[in-house]
Ligand binder design. Structure first.
Ligand SMILES: C[C@@](O)(CCO)CC(=O)[O-]
Length: 312
């Protein structure tokens, strides 16, 4: 098939509302797309070389660093499957998704790049193929991903994720989320290993917390459907305590969660892998969200984002 002059792909960040870590142990989870935090990839044919421009820095495919090994392997697989491995190209990637903050930056990178390659080579991309290539990169950069990041960075709707299946579900919630970055890198692989270790050291308490997070996911789904922000907030704070039991919180996350609750948030928890990374607080409305964001900045948040959760 004839290649296009330029192929484009995009994706966005995600936030897990409930089920972080528990989802690795087959518990259900709810995640939302963060459509304002975008990544784009564009690819075109070069006469020589295989150049990747990432964050304004140019790399050759063969010398992408160890932290970009997932991207390197993904590109090799896409080249082999779609064009023949020797193809010369220029791949430019622009992202405003903070990395290692639990926002799914690595899954979004893989999704945007896969879409760009398929667009460039004029081929239809099924959801299964997209999941296959994103998982391939995530398995390398992430260890044992549950697949929820990949599912949410390619969805424009909230996602209910259970047993590797994604289901649409109704949300009627009228509320606002305030997300905050601790400024500390999250390190998903390390966090997932901490939970594994806890299961060896403290089996009963750890399983109880994982199961409780699973139960909370069902009630979170109900509260989203019933537009019950007060209950939802309480469920989020309970989930934060369970995640503390799993040893994946961080003093900065706890400080921000407490600051949000003191500022009147309906609830707050870490989101993503933890041990750094990001948290969010649930606010009644935009005005309250702005006030909470200010308190979070005073309490040391590096950056905050406001995300309305209003139903269409
Ligand atoms: C910590 C974790 O639950 C979320 C990372 O965004 C790991 C995973 O689901 O693969």
């Amino acid at each position: 098939m004839e290649k296009k002059t330029v192929g484009y792909g995009h994706s966005h960040a995600k936030a897990i509302l409930i089920g972080d870590h528990a989802v690795v142990y087959q518990q259900p989870a709810v995640a939302i797309p963060l459509l304002n935090l975008q990544i784009t990839a564009s690819i075109q044919t070069l006469t020589t070389g295989q150049t990747i421009i990432l964050a304004e820095q140019a790399y050759d495919l063969s010398d992408l660093g160890a932290d970009l090994e997932g991207l390197r392997q993904l590109i090799i697989a896409l080249l082999t499957d779609l064009t023949g491995a020797k193809q010369s190209f220029l791949l430019e990637i622009n992202s405003v998704i903070p990395q290692e903050r639990g926002f799914g930056a690595s899954a979004a990178l893989a999704t945007a790049v896969t879409r760009a390659f398929f667009d460039w080579t004029n081929q239809d991309l099924s959801q299964e193929q997209l999941a296959h290539y994103t998982d391939l990169a995530e398995d390398i950069s992430h260890g044992s991903p549950s697949g929820i990041d990949a599912a949410t960075v390619s969805s424009t709707e909230p996602v209910w994720f259970h047993h590797h299946q994604t289901e649409p579900f109704a949300t009627n919630l009228e509320a606002t989320l305030v997300l905050a970055d601790t400024g500390v890198r999250g390190q998903t692989v390390r966090a997932v290993n901490i939970v594994k270790d806890q299961l060896k050291k403290n089996y009963d308490v750890t399983w109880q917390a994982i199961n409780h997070l699973g139960e909370l996911a069902f009630t979170v789904k109900e509260s989203l459907a019933n537009n019950d922000p007060d209950t939802l907030g309480k469920l989020f704070t309970q989930a934060h305590h369970d995640l503390q039991t799993l040893q994946v919180s961080h003093p900065k996350l706890d400080t921000l969660v407490n600051a949000a609750l003191e500022a009147g948030a309906l609830g707050a928890k870490l989101t993503g892998s933890g041990i750094g990374g990001a948290m969010f607080a649930l606010a009644k409305n935009n005005d309250q969200a702005l006030a909470i964001a200010e308190k979070l900045q005073e309490a040391g948040a590096r950056e905050t984002w406001i995300e309305p959760l209003t139903a269409d």
